[in-house]
Ligand binder design. Structure first.
Ligand code: B12
Ligand code: SF4
Ligand code: SF4
Length: 262
């Protein structure tokens, strides 16, 4: 079942790409699986918020949370490196990837329904508390539990294909073998205190070595909503994700490999 689900997700993204109205290109998704009764789900109530949900809050007989990271190509992040405002391409990719995650989740729901399993879809974003700017379902924490990445100083989940991309997750009653987490960090700052490039790159004084002001960050996102109103509602920025060592790879892994070869 696991390999079939991974293939289903990767094939869906590849075929979706062929739609002639789609402007964004995506890499091959990274897929991870977490057991619904993983003890870390209970810990999210203290790490994120007391109201953070566990899979069984959505689906009483949930067995597995499936998570997928859909990577952006280097050519896309390259468009977003120059100006203070986000590139039009970055804004379009945000809108198109949110829709892709919705369509992929609906397709997965059908995939499991045919096989006799109930499941629940969750939107890619905008499922947050407007006052706190925190969600009761954090996709990147689900992805962390499923072992597909680690948190960076820029707050992003850094996977083996970096952090430029978007994450979705999905809950099902099908029991699928969970993946294993490693303890190795993926952010250079968390590994050896170096880099911090993301904090230097922040364009609205929201991200620092020792703090993150989600409200200042959101102010910048809203400026881009106005800037890119012609493409839809794009509350984006992403300047702390692009042209940094973790944009498209796990830089700690690269450092360790270089050490091994020297
Ligand atoms: C609310 C929200 C925002 C808010 C607040 C962001 C924030 N960092 O808190 C605002 C509107 C400002 C925002 C901005 C952006 N967002 Co946003 N946002 C969300 C949303 C809806 C919920 C996130 C949330 O509430 N998490 C709960 C809070 C408390 O936790 P957290 O910040 O995720 O996690 C922190 C801690 O737990 C801690 N932590 C550190 N170390 C460790 C170690 C362990 C073991 C654990 C457990 C935790 C932990 O670090 C984490 C990072 O700070 C998600 C979608 C979703 N539903 O998941 C997207 C999401 C997080 N956003 C995303 C993105 C890309 C952005 C932007 C780049 C905008 C853009 N698209 O151009 C910026 C980046 C800002 C930044 N540098 O953080 C992506 C992240 C992709 C990735 N690779 O991680 C997500 C997952 C959307 C998606 N579906 O892909 N966002
Ligand atoms: S830019 Fe450097 S410090 Fe920031 S998250 Fe990436 S690796 Fe970590
Ligand atoms: S998304 Fe923009 S404003 Fe928010 S932390 Fe990153 S660079 Fe700063």
């Amino acid at each position: 079942m696991k390999e079939t689900v991974i293939k289903e997700i990767q094939d869906f993204v590849r075929k979706y790409q062929n739609n002639k109205d789609i402007k964004t290109e995506w890499g091959i998704p990274i897929v991870g699986f977490a057991a619904a009764d993983d003890s870390l789900f209970a810990k999210l109530k203290s790490v994120v918020a007391p109201t953070h949900a566990a899979p069984k809050d959505f689906l009483a007989d949930a067995e597995t949370a499936i998570t997928f990271f859909i990577p952006f190509p280097k050519s896309l992040s390259a468009t977003n490196t120059k100006e203070r405002m986000s590139s039009r391409e970055w804004a379009v990719a945000y809108i198109e990837t949110n829709e892709l995650i919705l369509q992929l989740s609906l397709s997965l729901q059908e995939f499991f329904q045919i096989r006799g399993y109930e499941s629940v879809t969750i939107p890619a974003t905008h499922n947050w508390d407007e006052e706190k700017l925190i969600s009761d379902w954090s996709h990147r924490h689900i992805a962390y539990i499923a072992g597909i990445g680690k948190f960076g100083l820029n707050n992003m989940l850094i996977t083996e294909k970096g952090c430029c991309g978007r994450i979705g997750s999905f809950i099902t009653a099908a029991k699928i073998e969970p993946d294993v987490r490693t303890s190795q960090p993926a952010c250079l700052y968390k590994y050896d205190g170096t880099c911090k490039l993301c904090a230097k790159k922040c364009v609205n004084e929201a991200l620092f070595e020792d703090s993150f002001n989600r409200f200042k960050c959101y102010d910048m996102l809203l400026k881009n909503v106005d800037e890119h109103s012609s493409v839809g509602y794009a509350d984006v920025c992403g300047k702390c994700l692009v042209a940094v060592p973790c944009s498209h790879r796990n830089p700690v892994m690269k450092k360790l490999q270089a050490k091994e070869n020297s």
